[in-house]
Design a protein around this ligand. Structure first.
Ligand code: OSB
Ligand code: MG
Length: 393
């Protein structure tokens, strides 16, 4: 649980206004993936996107809950997040006028866990605040970059030939870093072979917790391949074994699943469990925590990068804004819309330049137009939570 003392008090908003939110809408939208995405915990061929919108004074802000349908990457699912938002978080958000992001984070802090649910609402709040105050998300959080370098995360493939074909494709599209998903049986061998074909590319691997410390000696072979990092090799909530493993490795360990908030970040760094942090706004509970983690890592000179959760354009737009902060020195898992979906829910869709760069939008809020007609056409479920007679108490 986040204690109130841990809630970020970073004065991030350049300009803020009190907002009285009238309603929260929860939508699920199924988008087919261009190709299946396989990780150490399974394969999916479509993404049930969970969109959250909040409305005040006729203006609507958009966020995304990145939870999956099944509890593999995290215990949260679309179902748990719907319950927690409907029954706890939305009522807290609607109960009274919101002063700022910290006010919202404090209201959520008495509810334990459910970071992805919290983040969905924080994201929608920040988009709305940007629109109401005439600022882009990047401006709101004091981002410093106008463009960001990006990489691609490649799922486990049916064969090495398929993998090499994908690596070549994304390199030719300009992506600055290739990340390979690994699992037992799809690890040292494929990394060696990709390295043989591409001696100089920036290459990393992500195990999504598929190993235990007893695999340490085996995984030590990865040290040979000059990887940028090994992401989350061990248990999803472990810091101790990662510290042992990091001590034995030359390659930097990066934590994803284990980093659930600012306190865990501090502990991971104090224990030397990793040298790099993957920040996902959803996993850590929204902007309030993501900003605190960024600031902490920045002050300790720990490189961070922005992870992805196969988001629609709405979640992706928030990731782009986050990655405009100065500490995001490594390419993010922020790929072009076309890497995931035939059609995205925002206009224009996210595109990556031939040198692997995404421009940070300057329009108000998320800085993209939400394609409401397409969202409506693809909506599977819709639920509305409204403020009851003036104020909810
Ligand atoms: O571990 O980073 C991960 C996707 C879903 C769940 C977890 C992860 C991922 C990715 C894809 O690696 C990143 C992306 O391109 O969105
Ligand atoms: Mg990961």
């Amino acid at each position: 649980m986040q204690h109130i003392s841990e809630v970020s008090v970073r004065p991030c908003e350049v300009k803020t206004v009190p907002i009285e939110i009238e309603k929260v809408e929860l939508r699920t939208v199924r988008l087919p993936l261009n190709e299946p995405f396989e990780t150490s915990f399974g394969s999916i061929d479509s993404r049930l996107i969970f969109l959250v919108s909040i409305t005040a004074d006729g203006t609507t802000g958009w966020g995304e809950v990145v939870a999956a349908e099944e509890p593999h990457y995290s215990y949260e699912t679309v179902g748990t997040a719907t319950h927690v938002i409907r029954d706890y978080l939305a009522p807290a958000m609607l109960s009274d006028r919101l002063a700022d992001l910290t006010d919202l984070a404090i209201r959520f802090s008495s509810f334990r866990g459910h970071n992805m649910a919290k983040a969905g609402l924080e994201l929608a709040y920040m988009d709305l605040l940007g629109q109401l105050t005439g600022q882009s998300l990047s401006q709101l959080i004091a981002g410093t970059r106008s463009s960001i370098p990006v990489g691609v995360s490649l799922g486990i493939q049916p064969s090495f030939e398929h993998l090499l074909d994908r690596v070549n494709r994304y390199l030719s599209l300009g992506y600055r870093r290739i990340k390979l998903k690994i699992k037992p049986g799809w690890d040292v061998g494929i990394v060696r072979d990709v390295r043989r074909h591409h001696p100089d590319i920036v290459l990393s691997v992500d195990a999504n917790s598929a190993y235990t410390i007893s695999d340490g000696n085996y995984l030590k072979q990865l040290d040979e391949f000059r990887l940028l990092m090994i992401e989350q090799p061990l248990d999803h909530d472990d810091l101790i074994d990662h510290a042992k493993f990091q001590a034995a490795m030359r390659t930097a360990i990066c934590l994803d699943e284990s980093i659930t908030g600012i306190q865990r970040t501090q502990q991971a760094l104090d224990l030397k469990s990793c040298q790099i942090i993957n920040i996902k706004i959803g996993r850590v509970g929204g902007y309030s925590q993501a900003l605190a983690i960024h600031d902490h890592c920045y002050s300790r000179k720990i490189p961070v990068w922005c992870g992805g959760m196969l988001e629609s354009g709405i979640g992706r737009a928030h990731n782009i804004a986050l990655a405009s902060l100065p500490g995001f020195v490594l390419p993010g898992d922020i790929s072009a819309s076309s890497r995931y979906f035939a059609r995205d829910v925002i206009v224009p869709e996210v595109s990556v330049s031939p040198d692997g760069i995404v421009e940070v939008p300057t329009g108000y809020g998320i800085g993209f137009e939400v394609d409401f007609d397409y969202i409506n056409a693809k909506t599977q479920t819709l639920e509305r939570i409204e403020r009851t007679n003036g104020r909810r108490r």
